[in-house]
Design a protein around this ligand. Structure first.
Ligand code: SAH
Ligand code: SF4
Ligand code: F3S
Length: 451
């Protein structure tokens, strides 16, 4: 038997691809291992979204050189978005890498590894395909209680800061039957919650003339044994009334939506090529809250986009204040290869970007804290994902003697660490009622209220 270690950086799409690497290589005798030192093959699954993510990949690859020096037969592969972007160029920086395969070469991974095992020299495969190959039905499903299924690849939106359309290629949707089939298999393997993934799920199926996204949601929600359904990511320009209505109509669909706004200034949004205005975004949020009053909202924000004035930035702060998100991912703008904004004038100095980022995060921290505190005393249903790794002083919990502590998420996607009721044995994979006892930073602590 041989062993495989995959190091993944980046978005959930990359994590989902990592799962596919394991599945594709398991029929060839590769078993997962938990450290690069104990592996025969290490795949570094890279992300190119910001310069920092790319640096992280190269620093990890650098660490592998020492293992390679002392371990005969040890192989290193580079996958993901940096592999697609740089191709053979990676070899000039890290010549000890054995193979490079791009985002469209994933399905050829078994052939590549077979060739290497047969003694071929280095392999570089970054060809891009016109069509999306269907995932071969191979290997074991490895996911947990909460799992992910990729429904589409690529992106056609060309936001001016973003590298994704260049490293993932054109938008392509998988056939609904293949998606339903994969979800069924994951449910049979123990998944109870599925998140459907794509860079812009709202436009699922449009190009191919397949059922649209709300229709796909209904097909997946009907699968027996699936308790919760989520999706990411949505683009505000394509968020239809029909999709908003789905939050009220589909019982399994969780009341949580991640809707990246990027900026609160219409002028900046226009230069970002986002194709919506601040007003349109606010109108969509108002309608969402009308249809589903307890919907939890998350977003992504970029600060310091070229030309962002302090007035523009204040508009972002005021938007965050008025929407009061449940969670915000905020990033300092970073120039990326091929992305148009790299050539824009009006670059914001690093120091200014950092200070804007800190101001925004401080505002959101305050909102998150207030929102978490408002949960105390309330009843929630959590889907138990496993034992809680977190420790808390016993005074934080009302009844520390009650039993084991587990971790799960509410339907609104809040993480809760909960003490189990007496007699409760193994609730992993089940939804249990909990009372929230205490809010701590970004997490909630509670106790099970019945069995
Ligand atoms: N498809 C999703 C998100 C893709 S990348 C969407 O359309 O929103 C995740 C987030 O990274 C983006 O939402 C954006 O906020 C951030 N991001 C992308 N490119 C960036 C860049 N060049 N600099 C800083 N942040 C960036
Ligand atoms: Fe990037 Fe924009 Fe596509 Fe999202 S929608 S992946 S931000 S180009
Ligand atoms: Fe990164 Fe590629 Fe995802 S650039 S964010 S891993 S699509």
């Amino acid at each position: 038997m041989k062993s495989l270690y995959v190091f993944t950086i980046g978005c959930q799409m990359n994590s989902s691809d990592a799962d596919l690497f394991y599945r594709l290589l398991s029929p060839m005798g590769y078993l997962p291992t938990d450290s690069p030192e104990s592996a025969d093959l290490v795949i570094v699954n890279t992300c190119s979204i910001r310069a920092k993510a790319e640096d992280k990949a190269f620093s990890f690859i650098g660490r592998l050189q020492a293992i390679k020096a002392v371990k005969p037969g040890f192989r290193i592969g580079v996958a993901g978005c940096v592999a697609q972007q740089e191709g053979a160029g990676i070899l000039s920086r890290v010549p000890y890498v054995d193979f490079i395969f791009g985002t469209h070469a994933i399905w050829r991974l078994p052939e590549i590894v077979t060739a290497l095992e047969a003694g071929s020299g280095r392999i570089v495969d970054v060809d891009m395909a016109e069509e999306l190959p269907e995932r071969p039905d191979t290997g074991e499903m490895r996911g947990g209680v909460s799992d992910f299924v990729t429904i589409m690849r690529g992106c056609d939106n060309f936001c001016t800061y973003c590298v994704v359309p260049y490293v993932r290629g054109r938008e392509m949707s998988r056939r609904p039957e293949a998606i339903v089939d994969e979800v069924k298999k994951k449910v049979a393997a123990g998944a109870r919650e599925i998140t459907l993934l794509g860079q812009n799920v709202n436009s699922y199926g449009k190009k191919e003339g397949l059922p649209d996204f709300p229709e796909l949601l209904r097909m997946v929600a009907d699968i027996e044994g699936l308790q919760r359904l989520r999706f990411a990511t949505s683009h505000p320009k394509d968020l239809s009334d029909e999709l908003i209505d789905a939050f009220a109509q589909i019982p399994g669909l969780c009341n949580h939506l991640h809707l990246p706004v990027q900026s609160g200034s219409t002028a900046v949004l226009s230069r970002m090529n986002r194709k919506y205005t601040r007003e349109h975004y606010l109108e969509r949020i108002a309608r969402l809250r009308d249809v589903c009053p307890d919907i939890a909202l998350g977003t992504d924000i970029i600060v310091g986009f070229p030309g962002e004035s302090s007035e523009d930035f204040n508009k972002t702060l005021s938007l965050v204040e008025s929407i009061r998100y449940d969670g915000v991912f905020a990033f300092a703008y970073s120039d990326r290869p091929n992305a148009k904004a790299a050539d824009f004038s009006g670059k914001v100095p690093e120091k200014e970007k950092k200070s804007r980022l800190a101001e925004l995060l401080a505002l959101q921290d305050e909102i998150t804290r207030e929102k978490n505190e408002a949960c105390v005393g309330k009843m929630e249903e959590i889907l138990v994902e496993g034992k809680s790794p977190r420790k808390v002083d016993s005074s934080a919990i009302t009844d520390p003697a009650a039993g084991d502590r587990v971790t799960g998420r509410t339907r609104s996607n809040r993480v809760v660490h909960a003490i189990l009721a007496e007699g409760e044995k193994n609730p992993v994979g089940r939804c249990i009622p909990v009372r929230i006892d205490r809010a701590l930073g970004h997490s909630l602590w509670g106790s099970q209220t019945g069995k």
